[in-house]
Design a binder for this molecule. Structure first.
Ligand code: SAM
Length: 265
């Protein structure tokens, strides 16, 4: 895919998102078109622009609280403060702020420039050891970005962000990196609950048309949402297999109203 096509799709997506407020159906059709058109190498870029243009993650008291399930996991699995925590996909700093308040040392990163800048503004009265603009994929290519701060006592993949790693091998790879830089601590990752693989007849027909005209990048286990971009469908089974391949034990504590998540030790 060339840069012009991507820019064009991003531009149309902005317009469609405006209209989406009035039509869920338009959103579903446009999601299918993007899933069929945007190849895996450009999905990250697209995800970044979705987050940058979304108002969903603005800093507000509501958005800066930890979820109950996160607090239970911290209580049960995390070393007590002061300990050194790496937080990926940190967004505008919801988890970062709360870990700092609890007395932890925090190094965090996110690919979205607006998020990192906003976080630095809002958390200016607390000291973050480092806040970097990068992806999990960047860490796989070069973990020296964070290695100077290693070893970490825990590695938190910020809320849902693990599912933004679209390439199956790279999810294994980042867990291997995690083992190197955080050899003894828990690794916590979470992913969105996706309705399942069932698609209705209209979506099936649209997919057939898109495939017929050569737009066949659709992967049945990927989904797209206007506020959070491309997401991989994950579940406990997939994550257990991943843990086995990378030398972890995956725990799936049952907590009421929790997001799907795993603790890897
Ligand atoms: C659902 S938001 C959560 C943000 C924040 N952790 C929170 O709970 O408010 C997911 C975050 O993952 C980031 N993200 C997307 N793709 C990523 C990638 N490949 N590597 C690291 N972070 C990514 C997004 O920029 C976004 O900030």
């Amino acid at each position: 895919m060339n840069a012009f096509t991507i820019k064009l799709l991003e531009g149309v997506t902005c317009r469609v998102n405006g209209l989406n407020k009035f039509s869920l159906q338009l959103h579903s059709v446009w999601s299918e078109i993007l899933l069929a058109t945007v190849d895996i190498d450009h999905r990250q870029q697209f995800t970044e622009s979705c987050y940058s243009n979304s108002s969903e993650y603005y800093v507000s008291a509501k958005h800066m609280k930890l979820f109950d399930w996160e607090m239970e996991v911290i209580d049960e699995y995390f070393p007590k403060a002061p300990a050194r925590i790496l937080i990926g996909g940190c967004g505008r700093g919801r988890e970062v702020l709360n870990f700092l308040k609890m007395g932890y040392e925090v190094i965090c990163f996110d690919p979205c420039t607006e998020f990192i800048t906003d976080m630095q503004l809002h958390i200016k009265d607390k000291h973050i050891l480092a806040s970097l603009k990068c992806t999990y994929e960047d860490l796989i290519d070069d973990d020296s970005i964070v290695e100077q701060f290693a070893p970490f006592d825990a590695f938190l993949f910020g809320w849902g962000s693990f599912a933004h790693i679209m390439d199956n091998n790279q999810r294994d790879e980042i867990l291997r990196v995690a083992k190197r830089i955080c050899p003894n601590g828990p690794i916590v990752l979470s992913w969105p609950r996706v309705a399942g693989f069932e698609v209705g007849p209209k979506t099936k027909a649209l997919r057939s048309i898109l495939e017929f005209i050569g737009l066949d990048n659709h992967k049945s286990d990927d989904s797209y949402h206007r506020d959070s971009g491309f997401v991989k469908t994950l579940n406990n089974e997939i994550v257990s297999e991943m843990a086995k391949r990378t030398g972890y034990t995956a725990h799936f504590p049952k907590i009421e109203n929790s997001y799907p998540f795993a603790v890897m030790t």
